[in-house]
Design a protein around this ligand. Sequence first.
Ligand code: 5GP
Length: 202
Amino acid sequence: MTQKRQKGQLIVLSGPSGVGKSTVISELLSERPDIYFSVSFTTRKPRVGEEDGVSYNFTDRATFEAMIARDEFLEYAQYVDNYYGTSLKIIQDKLDAGVDVLLEIEVQGAAKVRAKCPDAVLIFISPPSFEELSRRLHGRHTDDEAVIEGRLNQALLECRQIPNYDYLVINDKVSQAVAEIQAILTAEGCRTKYRENLMEGV
Ligand code: 5GP
């Protein structure tokens, strides 16, 4: 017998830029279409192929800062000179409706979610090595050398936060990384605290 918890599960996924999070996430979502992927707000300029409202809600600094002032973010952070943030209302509505929500956010934002939502599951996706991460960042031909350098330095800092996460998944092979995330989510759903009404009379 399966028991659907009343509130949705908040899932936080972090990992250095270039680690392959988008590929892992799109594979995961094709297997789990019931999960709602939160589209973040950012002041970063769109990359080639990125669509407004799909990859991100692209916005300018003034609009983003007005949203901060109105307390509209569950969390937000500055990352390599740009703001990134998660809308509080959209996430709250989904969780209240029992829908699982996936956030793809960096480490400062994840720490804020951890503080505000202790039941969130925090998963860190790591590259097999830094050499491989550098190769992947150069391979996507979207950023210049200075930006890549900044992202590699940032990656080092981010990996130091791994102990603050519940789970570590190495993205060597996408299918394996997705299988591990699925296993984590299955195990999380089996926690006794979410299954109390299966234990009535015990
Ligand atoms: P990129 O510019 O490569 O798309 O993203 C840069 C970093 O920002 C990534 O580590 C990504 O996970 C993170 N990010 C994306 N959306 C959000 C968000 O809403 N909040 C926070 N804190 N980080 C985000």
